[in-house]
Design a protein around this ligand. Structure first.
Ligand SMILES: NC(=O)c1ccc[n+]([C@@H]2O[C@H](COP(=O)([O-])OP(=O)(O)OC[C@H]3O[C@@H](n4cnc5c(N)ncnc54)[C@H](OP(=O)(O)O)[C@@H]3O)[C@@H](O)[C@H]2O)c1
Ligand SMILES: [Zn+2]
Ligand SMILES: [Zn+2]
Length: 353
């Protein structure tokens, strides 16, 4: 029997609409969470509209959402890290095999048998997993994270995807003081990348297609802002970057950014546009440059990132919306019009008749 309110999409062309879903009773190592806030990631939009059909075909109905924070309402008998009333967070994964070499290294994001928070086979109930656009969720304790008590809870939600997805590659490729770092696209991921690169002491340059975001980029921690449509401004930065993080959600030319890398520099894609991206071979060959990608992050590093945010007072800049405005928010995301992450106030779902 359905026991939780949610918002779901019935097909790739349907808007998100109120629905009811089944959440399992907590097993002995599960944590049941009342969801207070859930961020809206551009991946939610890609998945709801089945834009990644070649890799992750969407199963409908689809309940997206993987930037979840809330309060624990029930715990299984073997749960030790959480008790009823604690704050808790859930990101992009809710399970993995725990035995493969990736899991053994704490890199569950590479587990061939991981379970994503939504649109993945549900081992407990059959069908697919349902994400955070819902009033509650039940998750294995190991995949539930601790939330620093000093941070604004709604602003914490986006850390669970936008935060870890940008923090992890910066740690992996060594973003530190003395490095020149580029961030392409000032959206949900991009604005977190700017905050982290600044907090890690790097010199940060934002590339944006939106001239109106310039002042915000500087306020968020950028040292310089380049309007990427302006060829003269782009020219000034040729061959100068150690590392560039590309967080763009749509088709764009990455060759311009490869050309900006120094010798042995790295361009890392976190953005995942629907269509393949052309690369000119000589943009990699001259300068021995690397083009890489990076997915979310493992549990250990996600907790490290949350603790880092607690210490530095970092949260996302958000627009808090009622769930009834979720379809409007998707349309604004497509226009790069978000400052800088939409977060759903789940009280508005509870209050809905
Ligand atoms: N690798 C992972 O594990 C992972 C995790 C989460 C999300 N993602 C992916 O990362 C991407 C970004 O997600 P998000 O939630 O940050 O999205 P978002 O908030 O919509 O931000 C995307 C930004 O990209 C820029 N942009 C959009 N269309 C563009 C175009 N045609 N040309 C150039 N720039 C454009 C815009 O920035 P400006 O206005 O500054 O130009 C926009 O704000 C999505 O594809 C998402 O699926 C990947
Ligand atoms: Zn996401
Ligand atoms: Zn594994």
């Amino acid at each position: 029997m359905p026991n939780a309110k949610a918002y779901s999409a019935a097909s790739a062309t349907s808007p998100l609409a109120p629905s009811s879903i089944v959440r399992r009773d907590p097993t002995e190592d599960d944590v049941q969470i009342e969801i207070l806030y859930c961020g809206i990631c551009h991946s939610d939009l890609h998945q709801v509209r089945n834009e990644w059909k070649d890799v992750f075909a969407t199963v409908y109905p689809c309940v997206p959402g993987h930037e979840i924070v809330g309060r624990v309402t029930k715990v299984g008998a073997k749960v030790t890290k959480f008790k009823v009333g604690d704050l808790a967070a859930v990101g992009c994964m809710v399970d993995s095999d725990g035995t493969c070499p990736n899991c053994l290294e704490g890199l569950e994001q590479f587990c061939p048998n991981f379970t994503l928070t939504y649109n993945a086979p549900d081992k407990h109930l059959g069908g697919v997993t349902y994400g955070g656009y819902s009033e509650s969720i039940v998750v294995r304790e190991k995949f539930v994270l601790k939330v620093p008590e000093n941070l604004d809870l709604a602003g914490v939600a986006p850390l669970l995807c936008a935060g870890i997805t940008t923090y992890s590659p910066m740690r992996h490729w060594g973003v530190t003081k003395g490095k020149k770092i580029g961030v392409v696209g000032l959206g949900g991921l991009g604005h977190m990348a700017v905050k982290f690169a600044h907090a890690l002491g790097a010199h940060v340059v934002v590339f944006t297609t939106s001239p109106g975001k310039k002042d915000d980029a500087l306020r968020l921690g950028a040292d310089e802002v380049v309007i990427s449509k302006n060829a003269d401004e782009m020219q000034k930065h040729l061959f100068s970057f150690d590392f560039i993080l590309d967080a763009v959600s749509a088709e764009h030319d990455i060759n311009a950014y490869l050309q900006m890398l120094k010798r042995d520099g790295h361009l890392v894609l976190v953005g995942a546009p629907e269509k393949p991206i052309p690369v000119a071979a000589f943009n990699l060959i001259f300068g021995r440059k690397s083009l890489s990608g990076s997915p979310i992050g493992g549990l250990k590093e996600t907790q490290e990132m949350l603790d880092f945010c607690g210490q530095k007072g970092i949260t996302a800049d958000i627009e808090l919306i009622p769930i009834q405005k979720v379809n409007e928010a998707y349309e604004r995301l497509l226009k790069s019009d978000v400052k800088y992450r939409f977060v759903i106030d789940m009280a508005t779902l509870k209050a809905q008749g």
